[in-house]
Design a protein around this ligand. Structure first.
Ligand code: SAH
Length: 229
């Protein structure tokens, strides 16, 4: 049984988050709204910042990383247009919250994180809540997971200079990839549909994510403008 939290003190707060931060701001997919009302976001956020769990902003999760603002999670999830049977790859597990939302809405989720303590914490929370269909892997997500490909949907939850070519290859035909693409300071949510006739690219809201590091992302050190594939 996925998600059964006894004495959850945040039930009303979460309803408020869904009404004010999601519905009022244009999120319409009823499945996305239900998932975000059900999943206890605060359990994915370490103690020192837990009281900020339902605020309308990104929140620290340790290791210099952040969990995205609820609205951004909803926008990205809605853009994936999930129907329930999909196999998904997420790059940037972070707290594991977005992976849990995907696990609630799809069949199977693989999520890759490069920082080991975050991998360990996300695994524990996801296991405790019963998300047996969410698999957390340690590694450089810009290379994808060739052994599990193809994926029906791919979501990058860190800011990328460009879409890593390995991920485009591992996206199934008819699949959708969603990623924040831009520079270190500002990105645009980019939605790519991989169709027989070619790629269909739509650009969405402006956003600010922590950088996607790695072989197909940014390299360590100050940005030079030459990064990316
Ligand atoms: N989806 C997360 C938030 C993402 S924050 C959540 O729901 O909490 C972005 C995460 O991407 C960070 O944890 C960061 O360590 C990770 N990351 C950055 N580059 C990566 C890479 N190449 N491979 C895997 N993870 C990466």
């Amino acid at each position: 049984m996925v998600v059964s939290v006894k004495d959850d003190p945040f039930v009303q707060t979460r309803k408020g988050m869904v009404e004010q931060q999601l519905k009022a701001e244009g999120i319409t997919d009823p499945l996305v709204l239900t998932a975000m009302e059900q999943i206890p976001r605060h359990l994915f956020i370490p103690e020192p910042w837990r009281y900020e769990s339902y605020d309308n902003c990104a929140v620290p999760i340790g290791e210099g990383q952040t969990i995205s603002q609820p609205f951004m999670v909803a926008v990205m999830t809605q853009a994936l247009n999930l129907r329930g049977g999909e196999k998904i790859l997420e790059i940037g597990t972070g707290s594991g919250y977005q992976a849990a939302i995907l696990g609630w809405l799809a069949k199977e989720v693989y999520t890759v994180e490069r920082i080991e303590p975050l991998v360990e914490r996300a695994r524990i929370v996801l296991h405790t809540l019963g998300f047996d269909n969410v698999h957390v892997r340690l590694g450089d997500g810009t290379l994808g997971l060739p052994e599990e490909a193809p994926f029906d949907r791919i979501l990058i939850t860190a800011g990328a200079p460009a879409i890593p070519p390995a991920l485009m290859e591992q996206l199934a035909w008819g699949g959708i990839l969603v990623a924040p693409i831009g520079d270190h300071w500002m990105q645009e949510l980019t939605i790519v549909a991989k169709e027989e006739g070619g790629l269909r690219v739509k650009r969405g809201v402006a956003c600010v994510f922590v950088p996607l590091m790695g072989q197909g992302g940014w390299r360590p050190g100050p940005p030079t403008g030459q990064e990316g594939p």
